[in-house]
Design a protein around this ligand. Structure first.
Ligand code: GRF
Length: 205
């Protein structure tokens, strides 16, 4: 079987991107997939430095190049990318890109969508809102990407419990633990079991 090619889009530090890179560099996973490209809208994003550490090619683009041309979509097609993973990428994707990769773009969101999702809900804003709401649990959502923020079909959700004493930083820590564990596993499951077997995927993880 062909080794699948993953492209990761990220705007920030890239701890999730790094977990996915490391997952597919393990001896027993190398035959499944490799992260072949890391893309970012921020020249100084930490994720780019991480990609360089692992000798993964990177691509940086600006708003005009992203929304007003098909360069990125064309490049991803030329590279024969099988799965696009958004790991802390803050821009909406242009519809041409979404149309060219149907059911092949996933995102991770640090809450139990539809709670605490939508425009402006990212990073610590999410965990501060969870705290302000007095929620007794939160978690992660991995979902397909469509043209609206955080609205694509949900693939996987995992929860963690919160105590009233938890600060937004504590909440972030608990959520990140779930992300780092489940995101690489879910990427692997999508690549090996296909997009139509979501029910089975939920059972196997
Ligand atoms: C994660 O919390 C993810 O859920 C969200 O952006 C954050 C990225 O964090 N979409 P990192 O850059 O991977 O550490």
């Amino acid at each position: 079987m062909k080794v699948s090619k993953i492209a990761i889009f990220a705007s920030g530090t890239g701890t999730n991107a790094e977990k996915i890179i490391q997952h597919f560099q393990k001896e027993d996973k190398k035959h499944i997939a490799q992260v072949s490209l890391v893309l970012s809208n921020r020249m100084l994003a930490g994720v780019l430095e991480k990609a360089h550490q692992y000798q993964i090619p990177t691509c940086v683009f600006d708003r005009k190049g992203f929304y007003e041309s098909s360069q990125i979509t064309d490049y991803l097609q030329q590279q024969e990318i099988d799965l696009i993973v958004l790991a802390g990428f803050l821009w909406l994707l242009p519809s041409t890109l979404i149309r060219q990769f149907p059911d092949k773009i996933i995102n991770i969101h640090p809450s139990l969508l539809p709670l605490f999702g939508g425009k402006g809900m990212y990073g610590m804003y999410v965990h501060e809102a969870v705290k302000a709401a007095g929620a007794s649990e939160t978690g992660i959502t991995i979902h397909y990407v469509n043209e609206n923020y955080d609205e694509g079909k949900i693939i996987l959700q995992r929860k963690c419990t919160l105590s009233p004493e938890d600060t937004p930083e504590d909440i972030a820590h608990k959520v990140q633990h779930l992300e780092h564990h489940y995101f690489p596993l879910m990427v692997e499951n999508i690549l090996t079991n296909g997009a139509n077997k979501i029910e089975e995927l939920l059972i196997t993880i």
